[in-house]
Ligand binder design. Sequence first.
Ligand code: PEP
Length: 247
Amino acid sequence: MRRKLAAGNWKMNGTRASLDELRLLAGAHPAACDMLICPPATLIAAAAGVAGAGPVLIGGQDCHAAASGAHTGDISAAQLADAGASHVILGHSERRADHGEGDAQVRAKAEAARAAGLTAIVCVGETEAERDAGATLAVIGRQLAGSVPDGATGTDTVIAYEPVWAIGSGRTPTLAQIAEVHDFLRASLRTRFGAAADGIRLLYGGSVKPANAAEIFAVSNVDGALVGGASLRAADFGQIVAALSAA
Ligand code: PEP
């Protein structure tokens, strides 16, 4: 069975003082689910030191598709791994929007992550206009096919469904809408990858908070969450982890 995953994305938030929140999480009793915090790149090595061999895993928020070279300001997957990361978020809608990342680029990054031994959390999700136009599954199917490398398994790949309009907005899809997308993702992965697809975890992301976590985690094919704002404070993220552990 798939082990549930609660993943936190700190985005461009946090300084060394923020590691106190991580200390609180790392000192908590081990949860019945995996816990992952993806701090900004400046904090990855220090965060990995704080997490140690405890229950919290550390991840990056992006990597370059190349292994090394003349790419000023970028970070390779191997560098993330060297700093102590085990996972990397790829194709987040903020990177797709702010940096013009497309599916082919996300896929190349996911291949680089796999080569470096990282698990890629590949993000997909529709804009509000695309949902209103009835194009949600078409958009997600296209992103999934284009962004996930051939041969994906549960070891190297996690998929996060993040409706763009739900991120940071306090709005969430209905539970039926989440179920529709997650069931579609599972079926699409099975068609492409066969039995290996059943090991790939599907996270929901977009305004997950302690108050709505339990009902979202009860939805079919939801194996956890990718959490932005509510991952910044251990008290909030800890409640989400507790809800996932109980699901
Ligand atoms: C995210 O950016 O991945 C996210 C889900 O953000 P939030 O939880 O703040 O909506």
